[in-house]
Design a protein around this ligand. Structure first.
Ligand SMILES: O=C(O)CCC(=O)C(=O)O
Length: 279
């Protein structure tokens, strides 16, 4: 097992430092600003903005973040070639006043498709690839994690969920760093008192046996699916909710180590892609 995989399994997260550079991040920030500027009216949010379905809204801009091979290669080491996009959300928090009584609140949670852990490592049903679009400082708000809480059944009362935790660690990630978490890891953001907006996006993956949260039947995602099908790109198809091998691979008999089976399927996916490019 390689070091990153070992630490992910032990800690419940791993950081890909400098996954994105400024030339990629500025258009993502601009898109968040644009969406916010057209989200007006009585129902517009004002405490934080969460724009879901980002792949359908901005396919060219967001596909590189969804299909980042660095993340997908690693995610496949964790769950096998079963990686689907659950949702892609571009979020931002406006700054709070330092004297605001909520400016110190945490919001501890495990993520969607998670569960209370049993004391043993279990493969996640979903993984959160979060990228911050500015440095995280005490003012902009670090990411808080409780290491190994994807294994340990750490529970919290309603009151504790809003408080710093004795076992927490604060991650001061840099702009463009990407943290990949296990769905059962307890984590929390920190309120933003920097005077500027705090941006991030979350590419939330789940295993392709599950339903997904975003919609892939809009015109842009249908076009992406058509392109992936034309190229026989099964990894891209799976991301978009089209796992052609699901029945065969999810009912494979499970008589040999999963990793050995996954390697065969990954090779089959690469061969299919190569055949199509050679044709
Ligand atoms: O605001 C943050 O830093 C945390 C985001 C988060 O908890 C999530 O995406 O699940």
């Amino acid at each position: 097992m390689n070091d990153r995989l070992e630490s992910y399994r032990r800690d419940g997260f791993t950081v890909f430092a400098g996954a994105y550079d400024e030339s990629q991040m500025q258009p993502w920030r601009d898109e968040q600003d644009r969406l916010e500027s057209v989200s007006t009216g009585p129902h517009a949010p004002n405490r934080s903005w969460w724009f879901g379905n980002m792949l359908e809204r901005a396919p060219h801009l967001m596909w590189p973040a969804v299909a980042n091979p660095l993340v997908l290669d690693f995610a496949e080491q964790i769950v096998g070639p079963f990686v689907q996009l659950d949702n892609l959300t571009l979020a931002a928090f406006p700054p709070k006043d330092k004297d605001d009584p909520t400016a110190k609140n945490c919001a501890w949670h495990r993520d969607r498709w998670g569960h209370m852990p049993s004391g043993h490592y279990q493969r996640p049903m979903s993984l959160n690839a979060i990228c911050y679009l500015q440095d995280l400082t005490d003012e902009s708000g670090p990411l808080r994690v409780i290491r190994s809480s994807h294994i340990n059944p750490v529970a919290m009362t309603e009151e504790e969920r809003a408080q710093p935790h004795p076992d927490e660690e604060l991650l001061y990630l840099k702009a463009g760093d990407l943290v990949l978490t296990h769905s059962c890891l307890l984590h929390s953001g920190t309120p933003n008192t920097s005077g500027k907006k705090r941006y991030f996006f979350s590419v939330y993956y789940n295993i392709s046996w599950l339903k997904y949260t975003d919609t892939f039947d809009g015109p842009n995602c249908r076009q992406l699916i058509g392109w992936a099908r034309e190229h026989n790109d099964h990894r891209a198809l799976r991301l978009l909710g089209q796992d052609d091998h699901l029945q065969l691979r999810a009912n494979s008999g499970f008589q040999e180590p999963d990793e050995a089976r996954w390697a065969q399927w990954q090779q089959a996916d690469r061969d299919a892609l190569a055949e199509e490019s050679a044709a």
